[in-house]
Design a protein around this ligand. Structure first.
Ligand SMILES: [Zn+2]
Length: 171
């Protein structure tokens, strides 16, 4: 649903995205079509050492959060990555700080990535119901995956997840 009260985005990379609210949840959706390889958004925020429910892991012992004072429209305007949903068969993936489309994403399609490619040990595990044949079920962090699950994600892992897995003898 389009809101005419939404202020203009000052980050041009964020244009083409919208937050859809339904059933008490908010999800990030494409507002226009993205092609494979398109940069959808770029991570931006403050670095913290402890994960939270909405943080994203960006390094070893390093997580990204929005600044505590940012709420409401400002949060939706700039920290859109917080509204990305998980999928075990995602349409996008992070390359460094950039979220890149893995395939064509149609308007109003949820923009998703696989949390387990970024998160080694999650603060707020949940059950996934993405419906993909590869669905892992419980999403708790990469370190909790089965050997087969770890092997499947290996090509798309963020460098810090790969390094942590190596340290633990999991990769
Ligand atoms: Zn799933």
């Amino acid at each position: 649903m389009r809101s005419d009260s939404t202020p203009a985005l000052d980050n041009p990379i964020s244009s083409g995205l919208a937050i859809l609210r339904a059933d008490g949840s908010s999800r990030l959706v494409a507002q226009r079509a993205f092609r494979a390889g398109d940069v959808i958004l770029e991570l931006d925020g403050v670095q913290v050492t402890e994960p939270s429910r909405h943080s994203i892991q960006i390094g070893i012992g390093l997580h990204l959060e929005k600044p505590a004072y940012v709420e409401g429209v400002a949060e939706m305007d700039r920290y859109l990555w917080r509204f990305l949903e998980h999928s075990c068969a995602p349409c996008a993936a992070f390359r460094g700080s950039e979220l890149v489309a893995l395939r064509t994403i149609e308007p109003l399609e949820p923009v998703t990535f696989d949390y387990l490619t970024q998160e080694y040990d999650m603060a707020s595990p949940f059950s996934c119901a993405c419906g993909s044949p590869d669905c892992v079920g419980d999403v708790r962090g990469f370190r909790h995956l089965s050997p087969a699950g770890r092997e499947r994600l290996r090509p798309r892992l963020a460098p810090h997840v790969l390094e942590l897995a190596r340290r633990d003898g999991l990769c």
